[in-house]
Structure formats: C-alpha cells, structure tokens
Design a protein around this ligand. Sequence first.
Ligand SMILES: Nc1ncnc2c1ncn2[C@@H]1O[C@H](COP(=O)(O)OP(=O)(O)OP(=O)(O)O)[C@@H](O)[C@H]1O
Ligand SMILES: [Mg+2]
Length: 301
Amino acid sequence: MSEFRRVVKVGGREFNLSAKVGNSAQSNSYIGTTAPAAGQTEPQHIFLKVSKSVEFNATIDREVVPYAGEGAFSARLETPAFTALRQRAVPKLITKLSLRDGRRGFILESHACAVSIETIIKKFPQGINAFSAMWMFRRMVSSLMYIHSRNYAHGAVTPDNCIVIMDPPSCRAYYEGAHSGFVADWKHVKESESEFPAAPTSWSSIYSPGERISCSHDVYMLARTISKLLGKDDPHDLELHESAARLKGVLSACVLGRTARLKTAFNVWHELDAVIKAVRQETGITFVPSTLDGLDANPGL
Ligand SMILES: Nc1ncnc2c1ncn2[C@@H]1O[C@H](COP(=O)(O)OP(=O)(O)OP(=O)(O)O)[C@@H](O)[C@H]1O
Ligand SMILES: [Mg+2]
C-alpha cells in the first residue's frame, strides 16, 4: 500500500483518497473516505477503482454490473431468498465514474477495518486461530453462495480478493458489521463451466489453458486460501486438533471436490454449519473474534 492524497469530486460529493491498494495491468484502486452517510457521524469508508486507459473500460463496465444490480446476472438473482444474502455478499455501489479523458470507474462502500486475507497471511504466516478462521471461511462461503445460486462462478477467489471486516476495539464503536466480509473483484464472474480467459497469475497452476471456470474452482480456491490462513498451502497438511480438526475435514473435501466438479458454496455451507454446531456442542465456543493485534485498520488493502 502506498500513501496517497487526492480529492475526487463526483456529482457534488467529495471523496478523499488516502492510499493506493491495487495497481493491475488494467486498473488502479484506492481506498479513502467521504462524508458520513445519513444518520452517521463517522466518515464513510470507500473503495475506488478506475481503468488505466479507455481500452480497459469494458472490464470496469462488466465488473460494475452486479454491484449496480443491473443486467441478466442481477435479474436472475433478485429473488426474496437472495436479496438478504446480497446485503452481505455484494460490495455496495456508491457511484459510477466517468473521467474527462474517457476512462471509467466506480466507487464502492468499504469499512475502516477491512483487510484482505492476504494481509493477514503476511502478518501471521504461521496461521491464525482456527476458530477465527472459521468465521472468515463462513463469510466467504456466504458471498460465494450468492454468486453460485444461479450457476455463476467468481473465478478469482484469491487471498487478496477475500476481504474481512476485523474487530479492533477502535472499530467497534462505529461499525456494527464487524466479523463480516465478502469476496471482492467481480470482474471474472461468469456462467459456471464457461471458458476462463486468463487465470489470476498467483493461481495459474490450477487453470490449464482453455479450462472452463466452475463453481468447484471457487470452492477449491477458497479452501486453499483458508488453508493458507491457517499456515499451510494444502489443507491435507494442516495440523488442527480436537474440535478444530473437523475444519480440516471440510477444507480437504473442498480440494477433492474440484476434481469431482460437484461442489458449490451451498455444499460447503452445510458441511461447515455441521462443524460449527459440533464445535459449539463440544466446546461451548460459538464465535472467536479476531482483533489481529498489530494490524492497523486498512493496513494492506
Ligand atoms: N470493496 C472493497 N473494499 C475494500 N477493499 C477492497 C474492495 N475491493 C477490493 N479491495 C482491495 O483492493 C485490492 C485491489 O482491488 P481489485 O482486486 O478489485 O483490483 P485488482 O485485482 O488490483 O485489479 P484488476 O481488477 O484490474 O485486475 C484487492 O486485492 C483488495 O484487497
Ligand atoms: Mg484483485
């Protein structure tokens, strides 16, 4: 993350950008704040993404469709059952952007205590508490359920794209949605089993050229991400004991599920739910917050 100061004005609203958090071939991304939302006293945290040149506007336009609730994708998902899921699963759009030079972008709502799982892994390469990882896993699964509910796949469930809302005491006062999270970066979202054009570089080993992207790839990538969060690349190598060992079972099955091409986030949700219930019965543990001492708010997003 590099420090950055810039004010962007859109439709009479000011957005103060404070750090650059993404610098891909196609886009730049920033975090910052804007005036408090109605009824709030603290500034609204935001995420802004803009194309690097007009030739990449199409990617931005494609990514913004689900955030804006537009298009066939959203129409398919606007059912009562999934509207509730949408609240948590989909980053909320504040506005689209059109720059004078023709480039396009968008601004999403974000949170003061949002961090990517990649940041957590860098800070704790040996792994975090398994019961904290469990709620993060659950939030990512629920985000993917929204996408998988109509047979779409996300396509890039990588640690940097998994965003969790942490629980530092400083955040509790004004953000009641702590322990939330979602899978960000929806530009690859496609019908499951459709051809995947370009693999995310960090995970290219799991895509062969011409391979079709599917829901079970998402499940596979999420299991690898959560395994890394617990200190191991492969869930089979995890050393979890007693009640936490059940989590290893779910993660290992997700990796196998990719071969079978059967698993979606819905299967994982049920398996994880059974684990959470068993843990509760065995240990009385319902939820382990994660303050991740030493991580500042928005350290590496
Ligand atoms: N809504 C959000 N709130 C907070 N942080 C976010 C949000 N969306 C993404 N981020 C963080 O910003 C980083 C960059 O965003 P994103 O992944 O969307 O773009 P990218 O992968 O850099 O670019 P491109 O889409 O052009 O490949 C992410 O890796 C993630 O850590
Ligand atoms: Mg990304």
